[in-house]
Ligand binder design. Structure first.
Ligand code: ZN
Length: 370
C-alpha cells in the first residue's frame, strides 16, 4: 500500500502533466490547421478520453463530446453540431479543424469567455414570412401564422422575465428579409431570433442555423445555388462566437422542451443572418410536411411550448455569456440557473475555478480564424 507521501507525489505529477499541455499542437492537413482530440481533451480538461474505431469520446463529470472521423458532426453535451470541416483520422488520433475549435467548441463550452458579450436588454423576434408570403402550408394552416403565434408566446415570457421585446412584424404583413435585418440592427445589447417551420417530405425535427464563418461552405442547399454560395466575410461574421452560442442555447432548449429529433446546429448564409449585426439565429421548429409533426405544430399548446423554449433559451444564453466567477460562489451560480437536461449552461455548473493564465488562453493559431 502506498504511503501518504507517494500519493501526494502522484497527484502533483498528474497536475503537472495537465498544466504542461498549454499549447495547441497544430497539424497541417489538406492545407488547413487541425488539432488532435487528445489535445482538445487536455486543453479543456476532460479527464476521460477514449478512441474506439475512429470514434472519439471526451468526458468530464458534467460535459461530454463525441465525434467520428469521416463525418462533419460533433456532439457537445448530447447536442449535434455540423462542423465547419470534416473530422479527419490521423495516425494516432482523430483530428478536428482549428476553425471548429475556435468557432464551435470554444464558444459553446466556455460561453462566459466570449469577448464583448453584454447583458441582453432587447430581444428581436422575427416571425418568418407574412402577408402574401404564406411560407409553407399544410392542411391545418400556414407557416406565417404559426411563426407569429410562436413569437407572441415567446414575447410574453420574455417581457415577464424583464426583457424588452421587438418584433419584425406583429400582424399578417409582408416584411422583406433586408428590412428584418436592418430593423434588428437598430438595437444594442440585443439578440435576433428568426422563427420558421420546415417542409420536406416526411422529415421531422428541429434545426437551428447560425451564420457560416468566413471560408466555410453553407449547410443549406439553397444557399449554395445562389449568389451567397461564396464564402466571403459578411457583417454578421463579427458575431460568430455569440451566434453559435445563441444557436446552441436555442437548439438545446427546443430539444429539451419538446423532445424533437435533433437535426443539428447548422451554418448557412441566410439573408437575415448575413446582414444582422447583432447575435442572430434562425430556428426551423419542425416540419409542416410531416403527418405527425405537422399536426402537432397546428396545436396551440405545442406552439406555446416552442415559445417557452425560445424564451428559456434567451435566458440561458444571457446567463451563460455573462456568467462571471468572481464575486460569487459556484454554488450560487448553480442555483440561479434553470434546470435543463441539455443546454450550453450545463458546463457552467461544473465550472472549474480559474486556472493559471497560461492554460486559459487559447494560442494564436486557434484564434487565427477570428
Ligand atoms: Zn420559412
Amino acid at each position: 500500500m502506498p504511503s501518504g507521501k507517494t500519493l501526494i507525489l502522484v497527484f502533483i505529477l498528474i497536475g503537472a502533466a495537465v498544466f504542461a499541455a498549454t499549447d495547441w499542437n497544430v497539424i497541417k492537413q489538406q492545407n488547413r490547421d487541425y488539432v488532435t482530440f487528445s489535445n482538445v481533451a487536455h486543453f479543456y480538461q476532460f479527464p476521460e478520453y477514449t478512441r474506439v474505431s475512429h470514434t472519439v469520446s471526451l468526458r468530464s463529470q458534467r460535459r461530454g463530446m463525441r465525434a467520428e472521423a469521416g463525418k462533419s458532426e460533433l456532439y457537445i453535451n448530447g447536442v449535434r453540431f455540423f462542423t465547419d470541416f470534416p473530422i479527419l483520422s490521423g495516425p494516432n488520433d482523430e483530428l478536428i479543424s482549428a476553425m471548429d475549435v475556435a468557432k464551435i467548441i470554444e464558444p459553446v463550452i466556455r460561453p462566459n469567455k466570449i469577448k464583448n458579450a453584454h447583458k441582453i436588454d432587447n430581444v428581436i423576434l422575427d416571425p418568418g414570412h407574412g402577408g402574401a408570403d404564406n411560407g409553407a402550408s399544410n392542411r391545418w394552416g400556414n407557416e406565417k401564422s404559426f411563426t407569429l403565434d410562436v413569437a407572441n408566446y415567446a414575447r410574453q415570457q420574455l417581457i415577464a422575465a424583464g426583457y424588452k421585446v421587438e418584433m419584425t412584424r406583429t400582424s399578417d404583413k409582408y416584411v422583406s428579409l433586408e428590412d428584418r435585418a436592418s430593423f434588428a440592427n437598430k438595437f444594442q445589447n440585443a439578440v435576433f431570433i428568426s422563427i420558421h417551420f420546415n417542409w420536406s417530405g416526411n422529415a421531422e425535427g428541429v434545426e437551428t442555423y447560425s451564420l457560416a464563418p468566413a471560408g466555410v461552405v453553407s449547410n443549406a442547399v439553397l444557399d449554395r445555388e445562389t449568389a451567397f454560395a461564396n464564402t466571403g466575410w459578411c457583417p454578421g461574421n463579427a458575431e460568430d462566437e455569440k451566434n453559435i452560442a445563441l444557436a446552441a442555447a436555442v437548439h438545446a432548449s427546443v430539444l429539451t422542451k419538446l423532445s424533437m429529433f435533433d437535426r443539428g446546429v447548422k451554418h448557412s448564409r441566410f439573408s437575415v443572418l448575413r446582414n444582422s449585426k447583432i447575435p442572430s439565429v434562425l430556428v426551423e421548429c419542425g416540419f409542416l410536411s410531416s403527418a405527425g409533426e405537422g399536426q402537432r405544430i397546428a396545436t396551440p399548446l405545442y406552439r406555446q411550448q416552442l415559445g417557452l423554449a425560445i424564451a428559456q433559451a434567451v435566458k440561458n444564453y444571457d446567463a451563460a455569456v455573462n456568467f462571471r466567477a468572481e464575486g460569487g460562489t459556484f454554488a450560487s451560480a448553480r442555483t440561479s440557473l434553470p434546470p435543463h437536461s441539455r443546454s450550453i449552461t450545463e458546463p457552467l455548473s461544473a465550472y472549474v475555478p480559474p486556472a493559471p493564465a497560461q492554460i486559459e488562453k487559447p494560442s494564436i493559431s486557434i484564434n487565427a480564424g477570428e
